[in-house]
Ligand binder design. Structure first.
Ligand code: GDP
Length: 304
């Protein structure tokens, strides 16, 4: 992911090497190249516009520096601006003062939510937490089973609504809002300090399911609502993210499939257009292919 963007930006900066001073024409040419590279990588137009305007303004105002040549100064500016669009500081999960910490997952079908539930549980377990998974995706017949499989792989119990299936707990109802509420109560009663609530995926932004997710959110007052988005989805990322931001007011973003070779730029736009930070990155199908997202490290990787 981002290989082509990374190559393009590196090539642009190479042209500045050895220049003692940058003329306005040099800066214009550089900003133009950066704009093209970002647009070709699928970064949203509004984000590219703000990003390049800021780079141009800062580049024109550059003071002569003893320590860095102009090319290095531009790289530094682009790096800082990239960190900015990716959400700035590393944002960690907010743990509830009174456990359990409630984390709700939302996103399109196929985004990687169920897989994430297993990964996040594994990661939290590694940090000494004791998570419970709650299966509220009652739309797809197989979704509950899939969460149970992921729970089993992660060694984490799953609170599931259908009686008779092999889950550690059985809920009595098929109403996702009630299941979410019961799941959180179950976590509290069984002293799980984190509860991860999976919600229904959908093929596109769907008003009824968005309302269902909003109702679940209202019923369980989560500490975090994570919007899970496939980094390969392309330009649709921005409209989808905005719809979920409005519908469920998520608190953080999880980018999945960063191991793919798509251009990925749309995913880079999500934090910027929604004003919500990217918190985690998913980089494969394995339980451990998952990491805390550090905007500064991602920016450095892109500019490497
Ligand atoms: P959900 O519908 O949102 O629950 O999505 P799933 O968790 O079922 O994931 C959909 C598909 O994407 C599955 O085949 C996963 O194995 C795969 N997947 C999930 N996350 C990643 C990732 O980070 N990288 C790759 N390569 N595949 C992933």
């Amino acid at each position: 992911m981002f290989n082509s963007l990374s190559d393009r930006l590196t090539a642009t900066f190479k042209n500045l090497r050895g220049k003692g001073r940058l003329s306005e024409a040099d800066i214009d040419a550089t900003v133009r190249e950066i704009r093209r590279a970002l647009l070709d990588a699928d970064v949203a137009v509004s984000v590219v516009r703000a990003f390049t305007a800021s780079i141009k303004e800062r580049a024109l105002g550059l003071e002569v520096s003893q320590a860095l040549n102009p090319g290095q100064q531009i790289v530094k500016i682009v790096n800082e601006e990239l960190v900015g669009i990716l959400g700035g500081e590393t944002r960690r999960i907010r743990l509830a003062k009174n456990p359990p910490t409630v984390i709700m997952l939302a996103g399109l079908q196929g985004a990687g939510k169920t897989t994430l539930a297993g990964k996040l549980s594994t990661w939290l377990k590694g940090q000494g937490h004791s998570p419970l998974l709650v299966a509220c995706d009652l739309q797809r017949p197989n979704a509950v089973r899939q969460l149970q499989v992921n729970g089993e792989r992660a060694g984490v119990p799953v609170f599931a609504p259908h009686p008779g299936v092999s889950s550690e707990f059985e809920a009595a109802t098929g109403d996702p809002v009630a299941v979410a509420r019961q799941g959180v109560a179950e976590a509290r009663a069984r002293l799980h300090d984190v509860v991860i609530v999976d919600t229904a995926g959908r093929l596109g932004v769907d008003a009824e399911l968005m309302q269902q997710a909003a109702d679940i959110r209202a019923a369980i007052s989560p500490d975090e609502v994570l919007f899970v988005i496939d980094a390969m989805i392309g330009q649709d990322a921005v409209t989808t993210a905005l719809a979920f931001s409005e519908g469920v007011d998520f608190t953080g973003v999880v980018l999945t499939k960063l191991d793919g070779d798509a251009r990925g730029g749309a995913a880079l736009s999500v934090a910027s257009v929604t004003g919500k930070p990217v918190m985690f990155a998913s980089t494969g199908e394995g339980l451990k292919d998952f990491e805390l997202f550090h905007p500064d490290r991602m920016a450095s990787r892109i500019l490497d």
